[in-house]
Design a protein. Structure first.
Length: 200
């Protein structure tokens, strides 16, 4: 693609490095920013730089935070006896958007994946066991993706957390609302039948 300016080309190349954005979308965004007032582009740049340089991780749960403790860990209304273990911040956001969970979180920062060279020592597991040793936790919910790596991580955590005597549960897996049974894969459908619940 021929660009009218090297500056435009540089901006397009940088924006196209973002996930899910190709060169055409990057060009459209670049031209949009060029048409806006300079202050809007400057505000965007400053917000991105501030996000990159000032964001940190909560010392307790490892969620992205502005301060030493994230807003969830600081909230006295949260149920400290419930601890939901997730892979990353995107999972925290997804669960929070349901408005169905009122406990605390623990972000692992990944899942066990031998093929990618990620082992238990690369995850935030030691800090998880430290939390269980020092705080009154009644239940740990393993909210990990239903993949081979997710199941491996859940199995490892279940063995690691068993000595603490807390209830260990996992999120339900099954057919999504609005889904047709004929389109569900065999594993999902099988788990749905095995994990069936009473009809209220």
């Amino acid at each position: 693609m021929n660009y009218p300016s090297r500056l435009i080309e540089d901006a397009v190349n940088e924006i196209a490095k973002l996930p899910g954005i190709g060169k055409k979308t990057a060009l459209r965004l670049t031209l949009h920013l060029l048409k806006r007032e300079e202050q809007q582009t400057r505000s965007l740049s400053e917000a991105l730089i501030a996000m990159r340089t000032q964001s940190r991780f909560c010392r307790l749960c490892h969620n992205i935070s502005d301060d030493e403790l994230c807003n969830i860990c600081k909230n006295p209304k949260r149920d400290a006896s419930l601890l939901c273990v997730v892979v990353d911040t995107r999972d925290v956001l997804a669960i929070e958007n349901t408005s169905q969970y009122t406990g605390l979180y623990h972000v692992l920062g990944g899942i066990i994946s031998p093929l990618e060279g990620i082992g238990p020592a690369d995850l935030n597991i030691e800090s998880l066991t430290s939390r269980l040793a020092t705080q009154e936790t009644k239940e740990v919910i393993l909210a990990l993706s239903p993949t081979m790596e997710g199941d491996t991580t859940a199995f490892y955590l279940q063995k690691k957390l068993k000595p603490f005597g807390v209830k260990i549960s996992t999120i339900a897996r099954g057919v999504p609302i609005g889904g047709d049974l004929e389109y569900a894969d065999e594993i999902t459908l099988g788990r749905s039948i095995v994990s069936r619940v009473a009809y209220d």
